[in-house]
Design a protein around this ligand. Sequence first.
Ligand code: GLY
Length: 582
Amino acid sequence: MQIRRAGFCRRSGRLSTALLIGTLTLTSVQVCAQAILEGERFHPAVARQGMVATSHTLATTVALEVLKNGGNAVDAAVTAGFALAVTQPRSGNIGGGGFMLIAPGDGSDPEAIDYRETAPAAATEAMFQDQEGNVVKDRSRFTHLAAGVPGTVAGLALALERHGTISLEQALIPAIRLAQDGFIVPQRFTDGLEQARERLTRWPATLETFYKKDGSAWKPGERFRQPELAETLRRIVDDGVKGFYEGKTAELIADEMERHGGLITLDDLKNYTPQVRKPVHGNYRGYDIYSMSPPSSGGTHIVQILNILEGYPIGESGHNSAKTIHLMAEAMKLAYADRSEYLGDTDYVDVPLKGLTSKVYADKLRSRINPDKATPASKIKPGQPAPYESNETTHFSVVDQWGNAVSNTYTINFSYGSGITVKGAGFLLNNEMDDFSAKPGVPNTYGLIGGAANKVEPGKRMLSSMSPTIVRKDGKNVLVTGSPGGSRIITTTLQVIMNVIDHGMNIQTSVSSPRIHHQWLPDEIRIEQGISPDTIQLLESRGHKVVTNSAMGAIQSIMVGEDGTLYGGADPRRSTSSAMGF
Ligand code: GLY
């Protein structure tokens, strides 16, 4: 029986000398992408014409319907984006923002739509500090000051305008139906609302919108309706983006802010503009990596870490072996140290992108890695790249029958964002302002240290880790991936790329396998369950502190085989995840 795999498997088990001594060349890794049939433990969804992977079955279903009706990947992605805003209020959103990466099937240049939230015009550098200059954590997390100006509606509309074939109305209809008629809630929906009860129910509009009249959470199997959200979405159908950024919805947001000392005004909303950006581009073992550019740090550091790791025979070292995890952790530390110093919104600060993503700089960083011993985080400082040239998020991936690919990550930051619902409008506001550096050197919720490059400034976009990523081989889209997970987004996405390219796994195995994470500070490797005690011991003997974490990320991915077959990998870490194709 022939065992065929959907990973980029090495053609033979033999590795070239170049690979073994760690001087990889393009030809030293021969890869293939084949169908999967037998002998695997995890099986992707398989289809020929279109594939959608999202974190909610209902969103996957409506987006797939768009593909079946002849829509393209952008049509389906925008439809999924609005549907998730209804079915997954903890992270799907119209009150937040995100990034969409679009890679045409004809091989032309990928493009990124940046619809990250912006700081309101009245925001100030020290707004999250008290009079003594101490950071007041809750202010940037659970108050009206925590909300950035939402970008999702403008961003999804722009994507559709530039690349779509259906109208905004067509993209919104399934979401409106789900909001108006309701949907049967899954266990995860109930659990989330119970877990966040304390911070959500302090806001009357949130209590009324997401809980029953008696204050209890909707139970699995019950139908949950959102009539106010349906009205908000209808106003977008009626007036386009103005139906959100001007008129009644904008007034409801501005009133909400005024009542509670928030900063977002009618002008902030009217002035919100999504941006078209050039994605970060790198190359890893002959694959082209396209990922999100600033104001996300994601693409920059994925490329930087891959550049460092390219100098090691990772496939030979083995998946999640102590040797591989050690090298990954050391490379991650160096990248996150640089993140703390250099990354910010390039509309406001210079970011040495070319330097950070160059192979020469990676060589320098690699030379600092001791292959046998962990370098303490305290000994790592941000490096010197070439000079400046002028936990709850959700990800979905789509590939259509023409090979067009969309990788979208959007967020309201925490699960349920700030917890604050806009009264009368039925949606939650983000708490993305916490992604700014409240004070240089003081960590945010994710323990991430930010520098002056990421200080609060009016109209500026806060630094993100979101990393929607598309990998190409010889101009063809072959992998579409991305994840939620705060600071762990970068390393989660990185590992799926490595699982496919270095370890020859099929996409479902790549997505499901246990992950690790290091972010420089705190100085510890976080691991998921499934890394063996011997491996942990070996890592500890190299000087690492190893901490077992709960599940990290929820990566919804699609792989395209050499013959065009589509493989969907939905992350089992979210019980509602689904990948479906036709
Ligand atoms: N709010 C998490 C991020 O954008 O990285």
